[in-house]
Design a protein around this ligand. Structure first.
Ligand code: SF4
Length: 278
């Protein structure tokens, strides 16, 4: 029997621009992938953890703005003020807390701890050789698939030498083994290599802000090639799946608790029970 030709919004691989989140969503739940990337239903709803992470990122982005690089030092009080402002200005009514025993202040304090850990390591001078923050780069794999990635911070300590920095505000830090297998930063390495050739040296650093620890690794050209082959295979799978709606189905896991598409998901009847954050 031929495939069900009910077209979702057919994915044109020549025009599509893929991202790490897209690959990861497809792997975690194809129903969620369909709702977000094919039906293009975007919602403002987000978890308090995601909101806190964004506020911490925005504060660290502020830290490396041109005008701040000229300051002799920055106090932790100033950083806290920026964080407070970002938190208050960005607050909205679609922020949810999965664990009903916790309140938003708990997460606000975790964000502050993230910043305190970072300050302890790099403050008060912050003289890293920052090239850009929140840098959006396009790149391709085998001239076939287009991608876009946003790098938290890219440093250039010397001409041709690059350091990719990624801030994480989640609970767990990665082991070196996990870091070597991490697709997200490997993709950012591809992006930098294509956009800033010739690249002499490149490293990947994760800042696990909550724990105050860091992990730095490098990849060989062979390792990057392996990542490329695996990404290509996964994109082929997505394109193949996109030919029929039957290939998209819910995969219920713990992650559903942090998914705000329960109204759209065929596996969920009630709305997500997470409480509104105040
Ligand atoms: S609620 Fe769960 S199964 Fe449904 S779309 Fe979200 S992650 Fe997938």
């Amino acid at each position: 029997m031929g495939a069900d030709n009910t077209q979702i919004n057919f994915l044109d691989p020549k025009k599509a621009v893929f991202s790490y989140s897209q690959l990861s969503t497809f792997r975690n739940c194809t129903e969620q992938y369909k709702i977000v990337y094919l039906d293009r239903q975007r919602k403002k709803d987000e978890s308090i953890e995601a909101f806190m992470g964004k506020c911490v990122h925005a504060t660290l982005e502020w830290l490396y703005q041109e005008e701040n690089l000229r300051r002799p030092y920055i106090t932790f009080d100033k950083i806290c003020k920026i964080y407070d402002n970002v938190w208050q200005d960005s607050w909205h009514e679609k922020i949810f807390i999965v664990d009903h025993s916790l309140i938003s202040n708990h997460f606000y304090a975790i964000g502050k701890r993230c910043l305190a850990n970072y300050y302890h390591k790099y403050g008060p001078i912050f003289d890293q050789k920052v090239y850009a923050t929140e840098l959006s780069l396009k790149f391709n794999i085998d001239d076939k698939y287009q991608f876009r990635g946003v790098i938290d911070r890219l440093d250039q300590p010397e001409k041709g030498c690059w350091e990719i920095h990624d801030y994480k505000s989640g609970k767990r830090a990665m082991t070196q083994n996990m870091a070597k297998k991490d697709l997200q930063l490997a993709m950012y390495q591809m992006a930098v290599e294509q956009n800033f050739a010739p690249v002499k040296q490149i490293s990947l650093t994760w800042h696990f802000l909550r724990n105050g620890v860091e992990m730095t690794i490098t990849h060989t050209a062979d390792e990057i090639e392996k990542f490329k082959r695996s990404i290509s295979k996964n994109i082929d799978k997505i394109i193949k799946a996109s030919r029929s709606i039957e290939n998209f189905y819910p995969k219920e896991t713990m992650l559903c608790n942090w998914c705000y598409l329960w109204d759209e998901c065929s596996a969920k009847l009630p709305p997500n029970p997470a409480k509104r954050a105040y």
